[in-house]
Write a protein that binds this ligand. Structure first.
Ligand SMILES: [Zn+2]
Length: 85
């Protein structure tokens, strides 16, 4: 089975610790622990545009070239569940 990706930022979730948590400590299967913690989004109220910018910044820190990071974020993020409104 393919790894699920976070429905907020697109990060692949490979291990237990990658998943977000509910208030009662249960794992959330749709969002990663960077985006979702203790039953709420860590960046509640952020716009999709800002989320893309934030993702590009994180990817850059991880060594991904900015052009490539931006292209990926623009392609993936708008398709994710959190931004379908
Ligand atoms: Zn995420």
């Amino acid at each position: 089975m393919e790894n699920p990706i976070c429905q907020s930022c697109g990060m692949p979730m490979k291990s237990e610790e990658d998943f977000g948590t509910e208030l009662d400590g249960e794992k959330n299967s749709e969002y990663c622990h960077y985006c979702y913690k203790n039953g709420r989004f860590t960046d509640e109220g952020i716009t999709m545009e800002d989320k893309i910018k934030k993702n590009v910044k994180i990817a850059k820190k991880m060594g991904v070239p900015e052009d490539k990071a931006r292209e990926m974020a623009n392609k993936i993020i708008p398709t994710l569940k959190r931004w379908q409104e």
